[in-house]
Design a protein around this ligand. Structure first.
Ligand SMILES: Cc1cc2nc3c(=O)[nH]c(=O)nc-3n(C[C@H](O)[C@H](O)[C@H](O)COP(=O)(O)O)c2cc1C
Length: 240
């Protein structure tokens, strides 16, 4: 039996986090119905994640100087080992929580590399009653931006939803999405992949500074194995 690993990022500082509870109940139910799934929930509040300092070393050299000082690299490694990624955030003042945004800022270079290609994604937004559309779309956009194929975006509204019903319905939706899914790509990811490949492929290395292109990113997109990929799907399979 091939195990499928789900890694979920939960962005709440609340010790009695609703987002964490809903996430746990959902993943636990998924696992109890299909033993081939294993999961890990990463509560960002249990980790030390520092603010991005805006140095742009990640764009230019491919590493983050703060990675040595906090836990971001540990989490990134866990996400790299996942088959399925969940991003879960409460709505705080009509947006994602601060801790979630701090975490996403550290992902900036991945948005230029699509280096989580080959993974499937879901999101969970919890709210009292409003702000969920904006947060849901943002979480989805973040998954797409790092190359994850997003399959569904759950919203739990405390004002109207019962947790038991929510878990039952959305466990079924989860299995349906996985069953109906084919491949690691969609139109958006193909378009994004082609744009990056074309843009970096057009520019001569000696003209990088004229075009304000970061060397690390240029070298990444000009690697032979990536240049040879004719589609995002091919890139995703090789990147996995
Ligand atoms: C600082 C803060 C801001 C919030 N802002 C909103 C909001 O704009 N709209 C809303 O409907 N609920 C809002 N809520 C309610 C939370 O979205 C909701 O209770 C959520 O499930 C909390 O998740 P958590 O316990 O995992 O942090 C807010 C809660 C907090 C603590």
């Amino acid at each position: 039996m091939e195990m499928k690993k789900i890694v979920s990022i939960v962005g709440s500082n609340n010790k009695n986090s609703v987002t964490n509870l809903v996430m746990f109940e959902l993943l636990n139910n998924i696992k109890s119905q299909n033993e081939s799934y294993e999961y890990e929930i990463i509560c960002l509040s249990d980790y030390n994640i520092k603010y991005c300092e805006g140095c742009e070393v990640c764009f230019k050299q491919g590493f983050c100087p703060i990675d040595k000082k906090d836990d971001f690299a540990i989490i990134r490694k866990k996400l790299k080992e996942a088959n399925i990624i969940f991003f879960a955030s409460p709505v705080y003042v009509h947006n994602v929580s601060g801790i979630m945004k701090t975490f996403f800022d550290r992902f900036a270079v991945s948005c230029h590399l699509l280096n989580f290609a080959g993974k499937l994604g879901f999101t969970l937004t919890t709210t009292y009653s409003n702000g969920q559309e904006k947060v849901k779309l943002y979480l989805k956009d973040l998954q797409n931006s790092i190359g994850v194929k997003n399959l569904n975006n759950y919203v739990f509204s405390r004002a109207t939803d019962s947790i038991d019903e929510f878990i039952e319905t959305n466990t079924k939706i989860f299995f349906k999405e996985i069953e109906l899914n084919y491949g690691y790509t969609d139109r958006y990811l193909e378009k994004k992949f082609n744009q990056f490949k074309y843009m970096y492929g057009q520019i001569d290395r000696k003209n990088l500074s004229i075009n304000e292109i970061n060397i690390y990113e240029w070298e990444y997109w000009n690697q032979k194995w990536i240049k040879e990929c004719r589609s995002f799907q091919e890139f995703a399979v090789k990147n996995k």
